[in-house]
Design a protein around this ligand. Structure first.
Ligand SMILES: NC(=O)c1ccc[n+]([C@@H]2O[C@H](COP(=O)([O-])OP(=O)(O)OC[C@H]3O[C@@H](n4cnc5c(N)ncnc54)[C@H](OP(=O)(O)O)[C@@H]3O)[C@@H](O)[C@H]2O)c1
Length: 324
């Protein structure tokens, strides 16, 4: 089979043997696989795949049809439309996924868009609801609102009845992100609004009960000013810095929490729990059309180098996908 390949920081599309099916596993004929920041890191020689995932085939999410089921796998049949997160190996013609982390593709959602759904919607749902406890009527702030996780977080919180503010760097995408349900501001407007004046903070929709940080430490001081009493700050992305200074006094006075999270390295049991939460609480909203996967661009698998370069250039709205 053909698969995107990263060896010694060189990205190519190469031939690989078909993956072997183990107990409880499903062979998926991949229709589309989303690109993520983790793939960019893997290309640069960082963030290797966890044990048990193909070490040289990137790809954290995919959608396709079931080509075969392994011994003991009972959840799906050949031909079913499925999608899921994987530790690696998604950007290929075929991928092996444990049936417990696969989800059915909601009716009405095409397989290409579905290939960009699992990683970003699972990450956003887990961060702001499962861990952050966001409730209807609360206020969410999303930094990096035009990206894959950002557009997912805005839609999920809007559907749940929260009030959403987002920061978006590219002014061309402010209107489109606002159409997903958020009040949109530039990163500079956020910094200006978080110098300590409550009215400036209120003007951008704060203080915030939950903040999902998809950009990095540049927002740390502002987030501590912007978080509400009893608020929660979820650290998910650090491309714009991983180190910063925390005003512990402010954190304490606000009785706030800062927590970090990753999906990729979690054991099967924990990944399966996120998939069941998605099936119960998120996927029904795709079937009604209330949630969508914004697709910025698609590339054939053989053009993976161009797709990676497009992702790394930034400035997109939503997901970039490889298709078969
Ligand atoms: N912890 C986890 O389990 C997990 C899971 C998924 C993703 N992540 C990480 O979370 C982050 C977001 O993921 P994603 O899939 O949404 O990525 P994405 O699609 O690339 O979106 C990132 C967004 O952040 C913006 N951004 C980046 N640097 C910025 C800066 N210095 N100032 C202002 N905005 C900036 C980007 O704007 P431009 O387009 O203008 O650059 C883009 O809109 C990434 O770092 C990713 O690696 C973590």
């Amino acid at each position: 089979m053909r698969a995107v390949t990263i060896r010694e920081k060189v990205l190519s599309v190469d031939d690989h043997p078909e993956p072997a099916l183990g107990h409880g596993q499903v062979l998926v004929q991949v229709a589309a696989a989303g690109l993520n920041g983790a793939d960019m890191m893997q290309r640069r020689g960082h963030y290797p795949a966890p044990l048990g995932s193909p070490p040289d085939i990137p790809g954290l999410e995919l959608a396709g049809t079931v080509a075969a089921v392994g011994p003991g796998a009972t959840r799906f049949n050949v031909g079913d439309r499925v999608m899921g997160i994987v530790g690696g190996g998604g950007q290929a013609q075929l991928a092996v996924v444990h049936e417990r982390i696969l989800m059915p593709v909601p009716q009405g959602l095409d397989l290409v868009a579905a290939g960009g759904l699992p990683e970003v919607f699972t990450t956003a749902h887990d961060a702001i609801f499962t861990q952050g406890g966001l409730r209807s009527g609360e206020r969410l702030l999303v930094h990096g609102g035009a990206g894959g996780v950002g557009t997912a977080a805005i839609q999920l919180a809007t559907v749940a009845g929260a009030e959403v503010t987002a920061t978006v760097r590219n002014p061309d995408h402010h209107d489109a992100v606002a159409a997903l349900g958020a009040s949109v501001f530039s990163p500079e407007q956020f910094i200006e609004a978080t110098t300590g004046d409550p009215q400036s903070l209120a003007a951008i929709g704060g203080p915030f009960d939950v903040i999902i940080e998809l950009v990095g430490a540049v927002n740390l001081a502002g987030n501590l000013m912007a978080v509400n009493v009893n608020g929660r700050i979820s650290i998910i992305g650090t491309s714009a810095g991983a180190k910063g200074e925390i005003n512990l006094g402010l954190l304490m006075m606000k009785r706030a929490r800062i927590y970090g999270s990753t999906l990729r390295a979690r054991p099967l049991e924990e990944k399966a729990l996120t998939a069941r939460a998605m099936e119960k609480m998120v996927l029904p909203h795709f079937a009604t059309g209330a949630l969508t996967v914004p697709v910025a661009e698609t590339f054939p698998l053989e053009e993976a180098v161009a797709a990676y370069d497009r992702f790394a250039a930034g400035g997109k709205l939503g997901k970039i996908l490889l298709t078969n």
